[in-house]
Design a protein around this ligand. Structure first.
Ligand code: PAF
Length: 288
């Protein structure tokens, strides 16, 4: 397995792969790899000939400098995980090679960035789309995989790839959950034992919402069902819970008959445990 540290070397490697007729599958990450990432890598390996994992804690997408500083960076472990998973190349650039002096171009999100995570994290999605566009350029990926845990990010990246004709197929991978159903996240390692145990309230809240949605049409009733579970957990501080249309991400007020099917309406939540912010979401009608 190669470790590549500059966009120029990355592009040169990608050119060789394509010249040899090999397709490239990209798994973009910020490192601190967990089972969720390993599943993305395995999925990428089924879909492409050569898998690249990018590991880059992107300063542009952190609106809180402290959050950027605290982000875990176990690079040696991450490289081992990639080698064991049969990855062809790890792309681990430095910030200086990604954003050299004079760097000034950004990708602006459209309306998909104005809801949920958008208002509370100014500049976040601009930073995500800018780095993802650069990663697509450097790796010349034919296909790229993103987890559905960051559902809004997945929708934004899919929209960008289509709007800007980037020629990369975007695949959303189902959320990978721990044994207690808490969604896998690199931030989970920052929870203490009590907070980690308390985090189970999030999948429980989303499940309670889905149960309520089976008989209720009013989205407020569905949100209330989720909030009741979250409010019952003293360590949880809720930032938002919202029911939204899966394609447009627009808030849903009343869940119509035609929307009561898998893939149409989802619920998402952002919840703090101390200074750790977790997000999660689920389809309200997938029966899962
Ligand atoms: O989801 C992430 O880990 C990041 O937002 C991504 C897509 C790697 C861009 O930095």
């Amino acid at each position: 397995m190669l470790t590549i540290t500059t966009p120029a070397e990355m592009r040169a490697w990608a050119r060789v792969q394509h010249a040899a007729g090999r397709s490239i599958g990209l798994v973009p990450t910020m490192g601190a790899l967990h089972r969720g990432h390993r599943e993305l890598i395995a999925d990428a390996a089924r879909r492409a000939d050569a898998v690249v994992v990018s590991i880059f804690v992107n300063p542009l997408q952190f609106n809180e400098p402290a959050d950027f500083d605290r982000y875990p960076r176990p690079i040696d472990d991450d490289v081992d995980v990639c080698a064991a998973a049969g990855v062809a190349a790890v792309f681990a650039p430095t910030a200086a090679t990604m954003y050299p002096t004079g760097f000034q171009t950004r990708v602006l999100p459209g309306a998909l960035g104005d809801v949920m995570e958008g208002p509370g994290r100014p500049g976040h999605f601009e930073g995500v789309l800018t780095v993802v566009a650069k990663l697509f350029g450097a790796t010349a990926a034919d296909i790229a995989l993103f987890g559905q845990k960051d559902y809004q990010q997945l929708r934004l990246v899919t929209q960008m790839a289509s709007d800007l004709d980037l020629g990369v197929e975007i695949v959303g991978h189902p959320i990978v959950r721990d044994d207690d159903d808490v969604a896998m996240s690199s931030r989970n390692v920052r929870l203490d034992d009590e907070q980690r145990a308390a985090a189970v309230c999030i999948p429980r809240a989303l499940a309670a919402a889905a149960t309520t949605a089976a008989s209720a049409h009013d989205a407020d009733a569905v949100v209330d069902a989720a909030r009741a579970v979250l409010d019952d957990e003293p360590l949880a501080a809720v930032e938002y819970v919202t029911v939204f249309e899966a394609e447009t991400l627009e808030p849903v007020e009343s869940i119509e008959v035609g929307q009561r099917r898998p893939g149409a309406v989802r619920i998402a939540a952002a919840v703090w445990f101390g200074d750790v912010r977790l997000i999660d979401n689920r389809d309200l009608f997938d029966g899962g």
